[in-house]
Write a protein that binds this ligand. Structure first.
Ligand SMILES: NC(=O)c1ccc[n+]([C@@H]2O[C@H](COP(=O)([O-])OP(=O)(O)OC[C@H]3O[C@@H](n4cnc5c(N)ncnc54)[C@H](O)[C@@H]3O)[C@@H](O)[C@H]2O)c1
Length: 509
């Protein structure tokens, strides 16, 4: 990730830095910022003041971060406009200071959270509100994603939010006030094609928020997660313009300010989905579920038999904490049950290969033993050689098939290699051969090529298919990265048309 050099603080020196004043309501209307929408103006003229607060907004050079910064500043807050794009951050600071507000630039990467928070302390004496907003995309279909693209997204979203929060936390605790907004995404809540890295990181921020909320509560530190939708540099390439026109970042900012104000609603640990004038809370829903007798009849077939009950959301619960599950009560009910009914045919794994990581003990060992009992070849991975070998021995002694692979899960290739070497690629669930995948990917083209070959002969078909591959390869693979597998098939249609046109022209000439 590139970092541009930046004079960390602009326009405010240590001498002029002030400690925050007591928080109070402001009944004066702040000056409206010229270009904002009616809704923004309506909320702006309401009376939540942030005088005496210092707000750090990361990734504030544009999009959502800029909208938050302008609104906080218009309500009297000191702003640290963080962005590693220095020019963009400076523009936001200029806009704020021109309108009479107070702001400084910081262009450290959010992964250097200490430097980001230091900028606030140096300029304004403290930080009271942290908006973890900086973000990047490295969209790729999971099949094509590289380790680097996975790590980059994790670095900015997870490590960045962690690092800034970690640096602000002792200050928040000491002053017994702190508000944190973590920016999740609908892609994390629901999943989205081409965004495994981004979705995983964004959902990680939901868990991060919920735990911060618990740990910070007694110090009056609150953490809230938002899944926004807004037009920005990030979304302009992935959303149609007419939709973007109705998704102003300014329409996400009111919720952010409302829940970070000392007198705002208590939204600690909550998750909100918002954009285009819509704000809603998102929560967990848990079905009433099924209870099983915990004896030898508690098998995969027993689970299959009760699948409808497990997934029936009638009268569902909405758990809010670990305490909302009562294992003792469940177990005492389970003990009173008769043996579990089994689905037919029995669920079995003969000829399949199951890889289980961390299988040297605990849950992993339990999975390994059950898969082996039900006919699978089992690859037992663990960093503990003793643990992995013991489980393999246990399985083979009972007549099952297992192989150990000792090593850390970061080295996924080595683990899969053991599975392929010991049990072969064609024997079951493992399907990772790169060459097999490529063959599958080009199969629609191959079919069309054969049709052309029959109709027009080898030379014409070869030349035409080369042209097609040349024309489509670049744009097509980019589209696949974003939209995933089905686009290969869609792409085949224009491809065959082109082949046809070229072949006919060739024949006529
Ligand atoms: N816009 C949406 O619809 C949407 C949807 C879901 C989530 N989000 C999230 O909202 C946040 C803001 O996104 P946006 O749409 O305004 O995008 P944006 O691209 O306009 O803004 C992101 C900013 O973060 C900055 N940035 C990136 N890496 C950084 C780093 N390491 N350190 C400091 N700054 C860094 C970029 O320079 C950019 O200015 C992101 O976390 C994004 O994932 C946005």
């Amino acid at each position: 990730m590139t970092r541009r050099s930046c004079p960390d603080l602009v326009g405010v020196s240590r001498r002029t830095a002030k400690r925050p004043q007591a928080f109070k309501w402001d009944h004066h209307h702040p000056a409206p910022l010229s270009h904002l929408s009616h809704l923004f103006y309506a909320l702006q003229t309401m009376s939540l003041s942030f005088k005496g607060h210092t707000v750090v907004v990361t990734g504030a050079g544009g999009g959502l971060g800029k909208a938050y910064s302008l609104l906080f500043a218009s309500r009297g807050a000191n702003i640290v406009v963080n962005d590693f794009n220095q020019a963009a951050a400076q523009k936001v600071v200029d806009e704020i200071t021109k309108a009479g507000g107070k702001a400084v630039v910081n262009c450290s990467s959010v992964t250097d959270g200490a430097a980001v928070i230091k900028a606030a302390v140096d300029a304004f004496g403290t930080v009271t509100i942290l908006i973890n907003n900086a973000g990047i995309l490295r969209d790729k279909n999971f099949r094509n994603i590289t380790d680097k693209e996975w790590d980059q997204v994790y670095e900015v979203h997870i490590k960045g939010s962690y690092a800034c929060t970690k640096a602000a936390w002792p200050i928040f605790r000491k002053q017994k006030f702190g508000r944190i907004i973590n920016t999740a995404s609908a892609a994390g809540l629901y999943g989205n094609f081409g965004q495994t890295n981004y979705s995983a990181a964004k959902m990680g921020l939901v868990g991060f928020t919920k735990t911060l909320a618990r740990e910070g509560d007694k110090y009056n530190i609150r953490a809230i997660a938002i899944a926004p939708m807004a037009a920005s540099a990030m979304t302009e390439t992935v959303m149609p313009p007419d939709l973007l026109a109705n998704m102003k970042p300014e329409w996400v900012a009111p919720l952010v300010l409302a829940v970070t104000h000392p007198d705002g609603p208590n939204a600690n640990g909550k998750v909100f989905e918002l954009g285009a004038g819509f704000i809603a809370e998102v929560r967990w829903e848990r079905s009433k579920g099924a209870i099983f007798k915990t004896d030898a009849t508690f098998t995969p077939s027993a689970v299959k038999e009760k699948w409808e009950q497990i997934t029936d959301f009638t009268n569902a619960d909405h758990p809010e904490s670990l305490a909302d599950f009562d294992p003792q009560g469940t177990l005492s009910q389970a003990m009173k049950l008769p043996s579990n009914p089994q689905s037919s045919p029995e669920v079995r794994y003969d000829g399949k290969t199951a890889i289980i990581t961390g299988a040297g003990q605990g849950l992993g060992r339990a999975y390994a033993l059950m898969y082996a009992r039900l006919g699978a070849n089992v690859v037992v991975n663990d960093v503990s050689e003793k643990g992995a070998n013991a489980v393999v021995e246990e399985i083979t002694r009972a007549g099952g098939k297992a192989a150990a692979t000792v090593g850390s899960v970061e080295d996924g290739d080595a683990i899969v290699k053991v599975a392929l070497e010991k049990f072969g690629a064609g024997t079951g669930a493992i399907y990772v051969s790169a060459s097999a995948r490529s063959a599958q990917d080009i199969s629609p083209y191959l079919t069309f090529f054969l049709v052309q070959y029959h109709a027009y002969g080898a030379t014409a078909s070869c030349i035409c298919i080369c042209i097609c591959i040349f024309v489509f390869a670049r744009g097509h693979s980019a589209a696949c990265a974003i939209l995933g597998e089905p686009i290969w098939l869609l792409g085949a249609c224009p491809c065959v048309m082109l082949i046809d046109i070229c072949a006919r022209a060739w024949r006529r000439s």
